[in-house]
Design a protein around this ligand. Structure first.
Ligand code: HAM
Length: 419
């Protein structure tokens, strides 16, 4: 048998109900904050991701699913959604009438990481992006919206880790200081970090190799290098989070795994997930719209790891079954033929109706009605057809009523409406 690709997974009925509930909750909340849904392709030109996420990142260096298509274009399955949304914002000149735009999207992303619990090669993100707002209030509001989402999904034990990565005015000073330190510790670093220490020293702070972590333990804090504007921006974000009672810590080591960030960067971490503790991450990327060929427009956003979220959301709730309102147990060829029309019309009218068209014994059809937890069973055989009425049984109370066959669909709908 052909098996799933490693790191990919199926989301089966039974599990999907939770995903749908999460999706609905996120959509409703985001719309209330003024976000509108956008859908972008799952494949883009490789160049788009390389230029935005950064050539020195793990994602671009090691994890992208990239291939030349038959026309020899170099294409990549998207490892994230931000780059595509920025591309769409620029390509459709969405800034022209009103640069302030808020979007969200939900869908699959692809990264060829080492699979483990909470880390997949195809995973899903719930992503939100805001364009055109410089104010730190939007940074804080975005984080509050994200915390609200997690609270509504009954995820507890969440802390926001926030940091500022500075801007083109102040980051070079920090990079230089970090570069100097790295040069003196080159021998202790992994091969990746040695390479990156001159091209992109901030990446070294994000390295997971224990030896590199140790070598960087006393690295200077970026916060000490912030310019006045970045400092005021970051202070405002933090005081708004305090005002809104969002649990957060300032995490001067947080640099995130993508290069496009400026100023505010954040991650929501929870103890409930084990090693893969980040349930969401995001930040400001004020330079990216311009880098990708658009006007100089600031932006900020985040993505929630849907798979990780689904593991911890609604932890105390039983998985919901899709229980049919009515099961039609039809006995005999004539009844099955009539039940085809009834069941199809009932479902089309919005009454969840189940039937197996099997013409099996009443006992075996009742067994299946029980297995699928049908609330009612509509029984019809030759006798009922002759009599002109079917029997509708409430499975919980065992009460039975007669339903006239010539108006069966309408009468059944009426019966349920009156319940
Ligand atoms: P990211 O931190 O790379 O950021 O991913 C966001 C979240 O996606 C992570 O916190 C994690 O929950 C989930 N995630 C990432 N990789 C995997 C994986 N292999 N398996 C399961 N879940 C995973 C971004 O992608 C940015 N685009 C976020 C952003 C939006 N920044 C600004 N706007």
């Amino acid at each position: 048998m052909v098996q799933l690709i490693r790191g990919f997974k199926d989301i089966l009925p039974g599990e999907i109900e939770k995903w749908q509930a999460i999706e609905k909750t996120a959509e409703q909340l985001f719309e209330d904050f003024g976000y509108r849904q956008i859908r972008v392709p799952i494949m883009e030109r490789t160049e788009l991701f390389a230029r935005s996420i950064g050539e020195d990142t793990d994602i671009v260096e090691k994890e992208m699913y990239t291939f030349a298509d038959r026309g020899k274009d170099l294409l990549t399955l998207r490892p994230e959604a931000t780059a595509s949304i920025v591309r769409a914002y620029i390509q459709h000149k969405m800034y022209a009438s009103d640069p302030v735009r808020k979007f969200y999207t939900i869908g699959p992303m692809f990264r060829r990481e080492r699979p483990q619990k909470g880390r997949y090669r195809q995973f899903y993100q719930i992503d939100a992006e805001v364009f055109g707002v410089t104010s730190p209030y939007i940074d804080a509001q975005l984080i509050v919206m994200l915390s609200t989402l997690l609270a509504r999904l009954e995820v507890s034990d969440v802390t926001a880790h926030v940091n500022s990565l500075g801007c083109p005015a102040c980051r070079p000073g920090y990079k230089a200081a970090l570069g100097e330190l790295l040069a003196s510790r080159e021998a202790d670093l992994c091969a990746d970090c040695r390479r990156r220490s001159s091209s992109n020293p901030l990446r070294v702070l994000d390295c997971k190799v224990p030896a590199c972590r140790e070598a960087m333990a006393d690295a200077p804090s970026l916060l000490a290098y912030l310019c006045t504007d970045c400092r005021i921006h970051f202070d405002t974000v933090q005081s708004m989070l305090t005002d809104m009672a969002v649990p957060f810590v300032t995490d001067e080591r947080l640099v995130r795994g993508l290069d496009y960030y400026t100023r505010t960067a954040f991650e929501l971490q929870t103890g409930a997930l084990g090693a893969q503790s980040a349930v969401a991450g995001g930040g400001r990327y004020d330079g990216l719209v311009k880098t990708l060929g658009g006007p100089d427009i600031p932006a900020i956003g985040f993505a929630v790891g849907f798979d990780r979220l689904a593991e911890i959301a609604f932890a105390d709730r039983e998985p919901a079954d899709q229980e049919p309102l009515v099961y039609i147990a039809a006995l005999g060829e004539k009844s099955v033929a009539a039940a085809f029309g009834w069941s199809t019309r009932l479902s089309a009218a919005g009454v969840h109706c189940e039937i197996d068209f099997s013409d099996k014994s009443l006992k075996s059809q009742m067994k299946r009605a029980n297995r699928v937890k049908a609330g009612h069973v509509l029984m019809v055989g030759d006798n009922e057809l002759d009599k002109g009425s079917a029997i509708l049984r409430n499975m919980a109370t065992r009460e039975q009523v007669d339903i006239p066959i010539d108006t069966l669909v309408e009468s059944t709908i009426q019966y349920f409406k009156a319940l």
